[in-house]
Design a protein around this ligand. Structure first.
Ligand SMILES: CC(C)(COP(=O)(O)OP(=O)(O)OC[C@H]1O[C@@H](n2cnc3c(N)ncnc32)[C@H](O)[C@@H]1OP(=O)(O)O)[C@@H](O)C(=O)NCCC(=O)NCCS
Length: 213
């Protein structure tokens, strides 16, 4: 028996649990892990704090980091690694992966998400429901696509970038990709027509840097 901890019991965590629990397996028991676990159960499933998860008698343990924020996933991934706990890929039955796709450890592909052909993706990638990565994209570590985000072909998304719900990234060209820089945030609904520098938040159509008043 393997014990799999869905790390995070908020909205996204409950969705990931619901997606995995749709395919019950006699060999896997799912629990939530919540660092501030005040409730003993969430959606009628056990909710453990980290120490209790580590102390559980099951020998084989893995986690799924079900948290939308890439930097939080990065911290938790380091914590799991230090404890010798690996990561279970969490792929919905309806998620589509076509040919020549490299996916790093800990990927979460939610229902109706799609990664097409000749795509390289780093660690702890999250594709929320109805999001898409098309041909010849290169995606870094800890990248998040929110629901319905569309990443067209020949796009590079660097580490820790966040693509908001319903955003659309224009396709790049072979050898001249559109680049979303390290840690950049693309706001929900943005239409990105040009590369976005690292650390910048862009919104709107066409997407422009968000100016705070
Ligand atoms: C872009 C974003 C990161 C900005 O968040 P923020 O820094 O907290 O910004 P604020 O909410 O303070 O908004 C600042 C201004 O930008 C506007 N704004 C915020 N998000 C916007 C967006 N996506 N498109 C256009 N304008 C936006 C606000 O209306 C506000 O305008 P105002 O100053 O005229 O009132 C955020 O709004 C966003 O789009 N996040 C992604 C959400 C998402 O996809 N969630 C998925 C959950 S699974």
């Amino acid at each position: 028996m393997k014990l799999v901890g869905i790390y995070g019991a908020s909205g996204h965590g409950r969705e990931v649990m619901g997606m995995l629990a749709k395919r019950p397996s006699a060999d896997i028991a799912f629990v939530f892990i919540d660092d501030n676990a005040v409730q003993k159960t969430v959606n009628n499933r056990p909710c453990l704090d980290w120490d209790s998860f580590l102390a559980a008698p099951t020998q084989s343990k893995e986690t799924v980091l079900a948290i939308g924020d890439g930097r939080a996933r990065e911290r938790l991934a380091a914590k799991c690694k230090a404890a010798g706990i690996g990561f279970m890929p969490a792929h919905a039955q309806s998620a589509v992966i076509l040919e020549e796709v490299e996916l790093g450890e800990g990927s979460v592909l939610c229902p109706f998400s799609m990664v097409t052909s000749n795509v390289i993706i780093g660690r702890q990638f999250h594709a929320n429901y109805y999001s898409q990565v098309s041909h010849d994209c290169v995606i870094g570590d800890f990248v998040t696509l929110a629901p319905g985000a569309r990443c067209n072909g020949n796009v590079v998304i660097e580490d820790r970038a966040y693509i908001g719900s319903g955003a659309i990234l224009r396709q790049g060209k072979p050898g001249d990709p559109l680049v979303i820089g390290e840690g950049a945030v693309v706001g929900m609904g943005a239409v990105v027509t040009k590369s976005v520098p690292a650390g910048i938040t862009v919104v709107g159509n066409p997407a422009r840097p968000l100016e705070k008043k």
